[in-house]
Write a protein that binds this ligand. Structure first.
Ligand code: HBI
Ligand code: FE
Length: 295
């Protein structure tokens, strides 16, 4: 059993959502901004203030810059149209509202067209540190600041374009690991230190601290094939985090043809989340103590 409050607040795995498909084939809904209650804006405020205190010196400079330029503040859940206006000018992205997790093909189609599907709802006051589907705090606070950065903007679009193809080739699990260990749980070097750029970390109080400061996880130099072979945890902190040299590395990744990589990886062993290889370039060799405590 996990002690409460220790889990990541990002729980969206790859299970199909139970919600009935809405009228729109693209699953978008109206954000209905006027309908958020004072309590819902209050949950946003609690989360926003918590993370805003924690992230300076921990989030990468691109995250902080993106946040500053966007119409996002503590007081209220942001209006997606206002976010989209600013995003559109910088990187050509928009934010659209969805009820929660959407089917893979719908998700990929949005990303391929530079539309980021963001959960319309916000978690309840008793689930501040735990939720199963991405809500507006994870999606907007965690992802949208990074969408102001041209490298991640192109990379996420490329993920959308590669997603359907990977699914057809039966290798979506491999591609999804790349997204997971970068866009969701990525770390990046900055002036000799490690910084957060992954949305799953940036939107989680506990994982913000764990990913950078805890002795338990491995922190490993990012390597594309290595990451494609590595399983991940969807229900707890990661056992390994992968570190980019800088965000421009994502631009290179966005150009690569993954097809030959899928073939090469098919002959190699899959790796467990905590595995460390002789060829890994380690920033930190983790003690593994956190996850071992639950075995
Ligand atoms: N839907 N809203 C939403 N957000 C996600 O992150 C998401 C999704 N549907 C599918 C999905 N992620 C993953 O299964 C793909 O990245 C593989
Ligand atoms: Fe996410």
């Amino acid at each position: 059993e996990y002690p409460t409050g220790q889990q990541s607040n990002l729980k969206h795995g790859f299970a199909a959502t139970d919600a009935a498909a809405p009228d729109n084939a693209d699953w978008t809904i109206d954000q209905g901004w006027e309908s958020y209650t004072a309590e819902e804006h209050g949950v946003w405020k609690t989360l926003f203030e918590r993370q805003s205190k924690l992230l300076p010196g921990r989030a990468c400079k691109e995250f902080v810059a993106g946040m500053q330029q966007l119409p996002m503040r503590a007081d209220e859940i942001p209006d997606f149209h206002q976010l989209s206006e600013v995003l559109m000018q910088h990187t050509g992205w928009q934010v659209v509202a969805v009820p929660g997790l959407v089917p893979d093909d719908v998700f990929f189609d949005h990303l391929a067209n530079r539309r980021f599907p963001a959960g319309q709802f916000i978690r309840k006051p008793h689930e501040l540190d735990y939720l199963e589907e991405p809500d507006v705090f994870h999606d907007v606070f965690g992802h949208v600041p990074m969408l102001m950065n041209p490298a991640i903007a192109d990379f996420i679009q490329a993920y959308g374009m590669g997603g359907m193809r990977a699914k057809e080739l039966g290798v979506l699990d491999k591609l999804a690991r790349v997204y997971w260990y970068t866009v969701e749980f990525g770390l990046v070097q900055e002036e000799g230190q490690l910084r957060i750029y992954g949305a799953g970390i940036a939107s989680s109080r506990t994982e913000t601290v764990f990913s950078l400061d805890d002795a338990s996880p491995n922190r490993i130099r990012f390597d594309l094939e290595r990451v494609m072979r590595t399983h991940y945890r969807i229900d707890d902190f990661q056992e390994s985090y992968f570190v980019l040299r800088d965000l421009n590395e994502l631009l290179e990744l966005a150009q690569i043809d993954f097809a030959p990589l899928y073939q090469r990886i098919a002959t190699q062993s899959e790796l467990q989340p905590g595995d460390v290889l002789a060829q890994d370039r380690l920033f930190t060799r983790g003690t593994g103590s956190y996850h071992r405590a639950f075995e």
